[in-house]
Design a protein around this ligand. Structure first.
Ligand code: HEM
Length: 160
């Protein structure tokens, strides 16, 4: 490999990165802990966007054309444990594809730097986006958000 090769080149360019990401998204979509977050989501598009995103930060010189990371995840109820699980799957996938340690370390550090964007942290509480919060929490709080004057414990308003 020529001196000064980018991480992208060292991984075999687009075909190399594609093979890694296709395996990675397959593992993520089928994962017992975080797979449910991808139910009904466009796997082909996400795979393409992940390839472009990774290629860009690996030094391909091609732009990422998807939504910003903060925007793409703002409506998904992703918690810290889900973030850690994705990181674990990525680390395992990189190891299984023989990605050199120095590249894997840079890749994982880059992901770590995006944690706040993925989890929606750092939102100004004074300008709370209630619609987005309701969208994120609604399925888990069930009748509480929709019903208003319930018991406050989440029981259904009407019994069987
Ligand atoms: C730094 C870490 C992450 C990166 C770089 C990343 C990257 C991406 C990219 C590039 C997309 C496609 C954006 C688009 O369609 O324009 C996407 C979508 C998505 N990601 Fe992530 N992601 C990260 C973390 C996570 C985590 C931790 C989860 C959940 C465990 C997650 C769940 C999703 C879901 C569900 C979508 C589809 C959103 C939708 O179409 O509504 N992501 N991600």
């Amino acid at each position: 490999m020529a001196a000064g090769a980018t991480d992208f080149e060292r991984l075999g360019g687009e075909p190399g990165v594609r093979a890694i990401i296709e395996d990675f998204t397959a593992r993520v979509f089928g994962d017992v802990m975080i797979g449910f977050l991808f139910e009904g989501k466009p796997k082909a598009r996400i795979t393409e966007m992940e390839i472009r995103f990774a290629s860009a930060h690996l030094g391909a010189g091609t732009p990422y054309s998807g939504r910003s990371i903060a925007h793409a995840h703002r409506a998904s109820p992703i918690l810290g444990g889900h973030f850690l699980r994705r990181r674990r799957i990525l680390a395992q996938t990189l190891a299984d594809h023989g990605v050199p340690d120095d590249i894997a370390a840079r890749w994982l550090a880059h992901e770590e730097g995006l944690k706040g964007d993925v989890l929606g942290e750092g939102v100004d509480p004074e300008s709370c986006d209630h619609e987005v919060v309701a969208e994120r929490l609604g399925p888990r709080l069930g009748g509480l958000l929709a019903g208003g004057a319930g018991s406050g414990r989440g029981e259904p308003e009407e019994g069987p």
